[in-house]
Ligand binder design. Structure first.
Ligand SMILES: *[C@@H]1O[C@H](CO)[C@@H](O)[C@H](O)[C@H]1NC(C)=O
Ligand SMILES: *[C@@H]1O[C@H](CO)[C@@H](O)[C@H](O)[C@H]1NC(C)=O
Ligand SMILES: *[C@@H]1O[C@H](CO)[C@@H](O)[C@H](O)[C@H]1NC(C)=O
Ligand SMILES: *[C@@H]1O[C@H](CO)[C@@H](O)[C@H](O)[C@H]1NC(C)=O
Ligand SMILES: *[C@@H]1O[C@H](CO)[C@@H](O)[C@H](O)[C@H]1NC(C)=O
Ligand SMILES: *[C@@H]1O[C@H](CO)[C@@H](O)[C@H](O)[C@H]1NC(C)=O
Ligand SMILES: *[C@@H]1O[C@H](CO)[C@@H](O)[C@H](O)[C@H]1NC(C)=O
Ligand SMILES: *[C@@H]1O[C@H](CO)[C@@H](O)[C@H](O)[C@H]1NC(C)=O
Ligand SMILES: *[C@@H]1O[C@H](CO)[C@@H](O)[C@H](O)[C@H]1NC(C)=O
Length: 388
């Protein structure tokens, strides 16, 4: 009896394991106007930095002795990030509440992530990784409008520090863990999805921009690992994927969704040029993060929408609000801070209406970034030039 029951149970398990693909949530189809939220650079909560004694003393002794210190630990000693963690956790929480308010008001149907989902060194398939996932994401974005919201996911530099194990956890495992975490069904860090309205469609191509940066191929970089070495040799796979997907799509709007900026007030990642060339040829739109602020740039006949301000914002990433040139259309930053916030896009057959919601950063002793009515957009523009 017992043997039979367990045999039945194990054949049931086998049946599940051969047939079950993750059933990620997707945005509803058929809307005349669909609103999505775009943001990134948020996943701070629960990060425990390496202790000072290790970072300031032990690490140097180990290096002197010729002992290799894992990148993950070197990264978890980052002095800037160690200084930010308390504020960063509070700012992620306050901004999550703000995003919830804006998205309730605007009826967001999906979230489009531009990466840096887990500071400082990503997450992997360990108890620690699962606990971080719960703390920085599942429970952070659980209430109200977030409850049944699909998140179309993307990797950032912090997500690849653990190498292939970290990439696999986010792309292959987490879609089973929470049906809101959508990374497609290929299990790859580059993928595509379509939003379908009543009489319009939008094609999104997600790539892992970490693979393109030559600076990450220096053996002193914390991002130098077997995953980035492999995919850097293979960037043509992602370039071809973008080219083929955009070429095969008849969508009204075509978006490239990635972490790093080609256009920036801090560092233009010119290694991304092969991707941008394709976007320009299709009259597409670029969504990126990495710079911890909100901005709108226009260059190469292309709109670059920067939304990297859902965690710890940094004014320097937006040159403290001072445009470097006419390619800069908007920056949400001042001499004290970059501003927290998000971008929403109202997508329809005639336009993509892009709105920048910037949070009034009031705190107990003052206001780092005053915004008189922060449930109104601080800046907006409209895209009517269709993709080809
Ligand atoms: C919110 O958007 C969805 C998707 O377009 C739509 O089905 C729904 O009716 C909208 N809700 C409101 C209150 O506008
Ligand atoms: C943390 O926030 C406080 C204001 O709440 C500010 O005075 C302080 O400079 C911030 N520290 C860092 C490292 O950002
Ligand atoms: C790192 O690269 C430099 C040259 O780029 C080389 O001289 C050095 O031996 C390398 N170090 C390791 C540990 O591979
Ligand atoms: C390059 O991409 C191909 C196709 O996706 C894959 O089969 C191969 O393993 C990749 N090579 C490296 C070094 O990552
Ligand atoms: C994109 O693909 C087309 C064929 O579909 C090819 O002619 C073109 O060279 C490709 N462009 C790039 C930048 O790879
Ligand atoms: C990025 O490129 C633009 C346009 O070429 C240029 O004006 C700007 O100064 C560059 N940004 C940085 C940080 O160098
Ligand atoms: C974008 O425009 C700049 C000039 O502002 C040019 O140097 C660069 O090559 C262009 N990039 C692409 C991908 O065409
Ligand atoms: C920042 O400070 C500088 C020097 O005081 C000033 O010129 C600039 O306008 C300030 N920037 C902003 C965005 O307030
Ligand atoms: C799509 O449908 C809306 C609502 O019926 C209409 O206003 C709009 O003109 C249509 N767009 C096209 C391209 O037919």
């Amino acid at each position: 009896m017992f043997v039979l029951a367990s045999a039945a149970a194990s054949s049931l398990l086998l049946a599940i394991s051969v047939s079950a693909a993750p059933k990620s949530l997707v945005a509803p189809q058929g809307a005349e106007v669909l609103t999505v939220a775009v943001f990134g650079d948020y996943g701070w909560t629960g990060w425990i930095p390496a202790p000072d004694h290790f970072c300031l003393e032990v690490m140097a002794d180990l290096k002197a002795a010729g002992i290799t210190v894992p990148n993950e630990l070197v990264n978890d000693c980052d002095p800037g990030d160690k200084a930010y963690i308390n504020n960063a956790t509070a700012l992620q929480t306050d901004t999550a509440n703000y995003i919830g308010q804006v998205c309730t008001m605007k009826n967001c149907s999906a979230i489009i992530s531009v990466g840096d989902n887990f500071y400082d060194s990503g997450v992997d398939f360990t108890t620690g990784g699962i606990l971080r996932f719960e703390e920085a994401w599942v429970n952070m974005y659980a209430q109200g409008v977030f409850r049944d919201m699909p998140w179309y996911q993307c990797l950032g530099n912090h997500d690849v520090v653990k190498g292939q194990a970290g990439v696999d956890f986010e792309t292959k495992i987490l879609p089973y863990y929470d049906d809101r975490w959508n990374f497609g069904t290929s299990g790859l860090p580059y993928w595509t999805y379509h939003l379908v309205g009543s009489n319009w469609t939008a094609t999104f191509v997600v790539v892992d921009s970490d693979c393109f940066l030559s600076s990450y191929q220096k053996n002193t970089s914390v991002y130098y690992n077997e995953y980035t070495i492999g995919c850097h040799k293979n960037t043509s796979v992602q370039v071809d994927f973008l080219n083929q997907t955009f070429s095969n799509s008849k969508a009204d709007w075509k978006f490239l969704q990635l972490h790093h900026p080609y256009m920036s007030s801090a560092t233009n990642q010119t290694d991304l040029a092969p991707l941008i060339q394709i976007v320009e040829a299709h009259k597409g739109i670029v969504l990126n993060g990495h710079d911890h602020c909100l901005g709108h740039y226009y260059n190469n006949n292309t709109n670059f929408i920067l939304s990297g301000a859902a965690g710890y914002p940094q004014g320097g990433d937006c040159n403290n609000g001072i445009p470097l040139g006419p390619f800069t259309k908007f920056l949400a930053a001042n001499n004290n801070t970059g501003a927290n916030g998000l971008v929403t896009m109202d997508i329809s057959s005639t336009s993509v209406n892009v709105e920048y919601y910037v949070r009034d950063m009031l705190f107990i002793n003052g206001d780092l970034y005053p915004v008189a009515h922060d449930l109104m957009p601080s800046y907006k523009f409209q895209i009517t030039q269709k993709s080809i």
